[in-house]
Design a binder for this molecule. Structure first.
Ligand code: HEM
Length: 463
């Protein structure tokens, strides 16, 4: 039924579209193919065929919640062994999704966010202490490493009252190493035919078992520490909610096994993508001094020299937020999401889909559709997100946080954290790029600017 959907020209029997496929960068590979084949295309490898949607019209159809829903497939499904029926990996009809969603949603309310704000500031100050030291020593900073330190500490602290000590460590915390291992393994599983996986990935599978065991052990320690320290010790943070809160209507609680799944889910989902978003934004700021100057002027105007800007003052950084949005447009760090048909339907009026059939919305191509973003869609320009331009754009054209009932629960959390941190860094430093650096995007389900370093010059309080 998919015969009208184009696929790469040199399709081999059995193997499929494997000629020229780059295994380490499936997303950028699909971008290349999408540029050749258009708004919808399919790729086949070892008998598995995947439909990709990158055009805005079709993506908008797939955002229609009456016709489509989240599909737990590919990389997301491959995370089930570690995240189980946690919020991100739960099937739509699994009872623990609704239960956990209802119990945890208040943890992302405005009041909750105001409570997290001072902790986010504390962590950002630790980042700046470490950057001050690098600056004084004349060393460039390793951006993805440091943004990962920052976002891991932020979610661990605000969500679970835990300190991983990332800034005091020379190497990434083993939790991060194990997590990256698990994400990379989940990505590789997509590229190997199911029956051959035990053979081809035997060594990787063993390492993955060890990684998962480490993640579970770490999480069990965090939970145990809270249980033994007494009730409500976290001031109503996510962990308190997971352990203490009964569903407002049914009185039901999360089981210990499900709590473990949720803690892993939040520690992973809560920092990896935000770290990438901050890293891409810093890359673009360093390459666009005019944008950095404008953003910095806004921070100076809105914050003055108050050392610890308040919660309210973050939302007022409108231009800084546009820089972040524009970075997430070009490199949505969760670069795709899957949607399945609720009933038999016809996509775009021509492609019949049976109930349960699914396709991948390639956000990173949707965000570059020239029909929406213009002929210069590849150019970095935060003014695309000024209020007038946003109003003029059709719905469902900017989807870095997914869509519908299963969209990102941590959206406001991520945006608040990232805007706060960009504001603080812009106020304190001039960012000088390494002239040799060419943007290289590493993929491990999420996207990250690999090897990005920046030189810091001080301004403001330090100079
Ligand atoms: C879901 C992106 C930050 C927790 C999602 C989805 C996307 C996404 C695209 C939907 C996935 C799908 O449809 O399969 C991002 C990006 C972030 C970010 C780009 C940062 C820039 C966060 C943070 C947290 C978080 C900070 C937690 C504190 C979650 C959870 C889900 C989710 C729990 C599953 C929600 C559900 O299905 O009910 N995120 N996210 N994310 N995200 Fe995020």
């Amino acid at each position: 039924e998919l015969h009208r959907i184009p696929h790469p020209p040199h399709r081999l029997p059995v193997l499929g579209d494997v000629l020229g496929a780059r295994l380490r960068s499936p997303v950028q590979d699909s971008m290349r193919i999408g540029r050749e084949l258009g708004p919808v295309f399919r790729r086949k490898a070892f008998g598995k065929e995947i439909v990709f949607v990158g055009g805005a019209d079709l993506a908008a159809e797939m955002a229609d919640e009456s016709r489509f829903a989240k599909h737990v497939g590919l990389g997301v499904a491959n995370l089930r062994p570690i995240a189980g029926d946690g919020l991100f990996t739960a099937y739509n009809d699994e009872p623990n999704w609704q239960l956990a969603h209802d119990v945890l949603a208040p943890g992302f309310s405005r009041e909750a966010m105001e409570g997290y704000h001072p902790m986010m500031l504390d962590v950002a100050e630790r980042l700046m202490d470490s950057w001050d030291r690098e600056r004084t020593a004349g060393r460039a900073v390793n951006v993805p490493r440091d943004m990962t330190r920052l976002t891991l500490e932020t979610i661990a602290r605000t969500g679970f009252g835990h300190d991983f000590g990332s800034f005091e460590r020379a190497r990434p915390h083993p939790f991060v190493t194990a997590m990256v291992g698990t994400l990379s393994y989940a990505q590789r599983r997509n590229q190997v035919p199911e029956p051959l996986a035990p053979l081809l990935l035997r060594r990787a599978a063993r390492l993955n078992e060890a990684d998962m065991a480490y993640l579970n052990r770490t999480v069990d320690e965090v939970v145990e520490a809270r249980r033994s320290s007494g009730k409500g010790d976290g001031n109503g943070d996510l962990l308190d909610r997971m352990l203490e809160t009964a569903h407002p209507e049914t009185g039901e609680r999360l089981s210990p096994e499900n709590v473990r799944r949720q803690v892993i889910t939040f520690l992973v989902a809560g920092h990896e993508t935000t770290s990438g978003a901050l890293s891409f934004a810093l890359h673009y700021l360093s390459r666009h001094p005019d944008v950095a100057t404008r953003a910095r002027a806004e921070v100076d105007r809105v914050w003055g020299d108050t050392p610890r800007p308040g919660y309210e003052q973050v939302a007022r950084l409108r231009y800084v937020r546009r820089v972040l949005d524009e970075s997430l447009r070009l490199w949505p760090t969760a670069p795709a999401f899957a949607r399945e048909a609720r009933e038999d339907t016809v996509l775009g009026g021509v492609h019949p889909l049976r109930r349960g059939a699914w396709a991948l919305v390639l956000t990173v191509m949707l965000h570059r559709d020239p029909a929406v973003w213009g002929a210069d869609a590849e150019r970095f320009d935060p003014d695309r997100f000024d209020a007038k331009a946003v109003r003029a754009r059709p719905a469902h054209t900017f989807k870095p946080f997914g869509t519908g009932a299963r969209a990102c629960i941590g959206r406001q959390f991520a945006l608040h954290e990232a805007t706060l941190v960009l504001g603080l860094l812009l106020r304190r430093y001039e960012l000088r790029p390494d002239p040799e650096y060419q943007l290289r995007v590493a993929e491990r389900l999420t996207l990250m600017p690999e090897g990005l370093t920046l030189h810091l010059d001080s301004r403001g309080p330090l100079s």
